[in-house]
Each structure stands twice: as structure tokens, then as C-alpha cells.
Design a protein around this ligand. Structure first.
Ligand SMILES: C[S@@+](CC[C@H](N)C(=O)[O-])C[C@H]1O[C@@H](n2cnc3c(N)ncnc32)[C@H](O)[C@@H]1O
Length: 234
């Protein structure tokens, strides 16, 4: 967050997760959800990288699920890839969806391929097994710095397993973190039927060097997935 300039409120509304506020501070936009500062537009390179790193690991990423609309940077990076045919963005703070429709967000989300849905992405993951070529999750500041306590279930064994189960064969799961998260890498690595990897990105912000992480799991192709299913590792 840039502290020097005073903030002006662009929009404010109640939601099922508390008050949501969109603020302008100098040249930048800030998002606050339920009293927690969630993000700003000072450096969105890692929000974009969440999309581009995952897109780069799939030959035909037709169907993409995004957890957390935020200010829309991950979603616009996905839409920039013409291989993508359908994007479902699930956002728990409902006003953000209205504000996207009203053009209040600092990104352009007008595209027939994108659908914005109010809800909890954890529930969508559970309800859509085998559906997604890419699943991009940016709903917290990382597994060690939750925006909502309830999101802890996403990073536990059951939550991660249902995220991986929601991938189509050869699908890619990518999770954003504002810090290196070795425990998340280990948890992904322990899931059978895929390969886990960490991509670290350095960002300079207000004179500080910060390290962000993108945590990936690439699911096996169909033949391998069958192999895993029928002949589990000893
Ligand atoms: C850091 S922002 C996402 C930023 C986004 N990647 C971008 O490029 O602008 C996190 C968003 O996730 C939302 N969120 C938090 N928990 C969620 C959940 N369980 N399901 C869906 N959205 C959630 C928050 O309301 C917030 O809008």
C-alpha cells in the first residue's frame, strides 16, 4: 500500500464477508475486503504471472477457473490468451462483480468468454471434478496470511485434493502466495497423480525486496491418471 497520498473512496458496499471498498490513492487503486487490505495496483506483475506461468504449462488451456476476482488482473491476463474459450471467475465479495460490470475496476473484463459468479471457490472446486484445464487461486495473501480464516480449508489435505480433483487430465493448478510457502509445496508434492513445483518472483516495493511464490501442480495426462487410479503407488 502507498501511504503518501490520501485515499478517496470510489465505491463501498456491504457483502456476506463484510464491507468491500474500492479506493483511489494517488495513481493507484486499492481493494479492502472485510476490513482487510487485499491488494493495490502498485505492482501487479505476480497477479499476471499467476496466469501466464500456468498458461505456459498447458498445450490447450480451453477452460479456466479463477478463484478471487480482486481487481481483475489475473483474469485479463487469461483473456489475452486466444486459446482460452471459457473463464469462470468465482468471487466471494459480491459487490466486486457489480463494480466489474459497471467498469469501476482498473481492468477491462468485457469479453464473451468470461463469466463472473458470486460464491466461495472452495465449493465450486468440490462441485466440478475433472473439469478445468487451469485452476488459478489467488484468494489470500498466501497460505500463511489468510484474508478469511475460513479459507484455511483450501490449503489442508482435503482442500488441495479437491482442487487437484477438479483438474482435467494434464490440467494445471496454480496458487499465488505473497511469500515463499514450503509447506504448501510439500502438501502439493504429496498428492499423487501430478508434479508440484514452486516459481519464485522478486518484486521491489517501497524500497523493499519481496519474494512472492506461485505454487503449481501439473496433473498427469489421461493414461498416467488411469495408471495412478488403478495402480496406486505402494
Ligand atoms: C488478492 S485478490 C485477487 C487478485 C486478483 N488475482 C487480481 O489479479 O486482481 C483476492 C480476492 O479473493 C476473494 N476471495 C477471498 N476468499 C475467497 C473465496 N473463498 N472464494 C472466492 N473468492 C474469494 C477476495 O474477496 C478478493 O477479491
Amino acid at each position: 500500500m502507498t501511504d503518501a497520498a490520501p485515499a478517496t473512496t470510489l465505491a463501498r458496499a456491504g457483502s456476506s464477508v463484510g464491507e468491500v471498498a474500492l479506493r483511489r490513492r494517488g495513481a493507484h487503486t486499492e481493494l479492502v475486503v472485510g476490513g482487510v487490505f487485499v491488494m493495490d495496483t502498485v505492482d501487479v506483475s505476480t497477479e499476471v504471472a499467476l496466469a501466464t506461468v500456468a498458461l505456459g504449462r498447458h498445450d490447450a488451456p480451453r477452460r479456466v477457473l479463477i478463484g478471487g476476482l480482486g481487481l481483475g488482473f489475473t483474469a485479463t491476463a487469461v483473456l489475452a490468451d486466444q486459446r482460452v474459450e471459457e473463464v469462470l471467475v468465482v468471487e466471494i465479495a459480491e459487490p466486486l462483480i457489480d463494480w466489474a460490470g459497471a467498469g469501476l475496476l482498473p481492468t477491462d473484463l468485457v469479453d464473451p468468454r468470461i463469466h463472473l459468479r458470486a460464491g466461495d471457490v472452495v465449493e465450486v472446486l468440490t462441485a466440478t471434478p475433472g473439469e478445468w484445464d487451469l485452476i488459478l487461486l489467488d484468494v489470500d495473501n498466501g497460505p500463511g496470511f489468510l484474508v478469511r480464516e475460513d479459507n484455511a480449508r483450501l490449503y489442508g489435505p482435503a482442500g488441495l485434493s479437491s482442487a487437484v480433483a477438479a483438474l482435467a487430465p494434464s490440467g494445471v493448478l496454480a496458487i499465488w502466495s505473497s511469500h515463499p510457502a514450503p509447506e504448501l509445496l510439500a502438501a502439493l508434492d504429496s498428492i499423487e497423480g501430478g508434479t508440484a513445483q514452486e516459481v519464485l518472483r522478486r518484486v521491489s516495493r517501497e524500497g523493499r525486496d519481496l519474494t512472492y511464490g506461485i505454487y503449481l501442480l501439473e496433473a498427469a495426462a489421461q493414461a498416467d491418471a488411469d495408471l495412478v487410479q488403478h495402480h496406486p503407488r505402494e
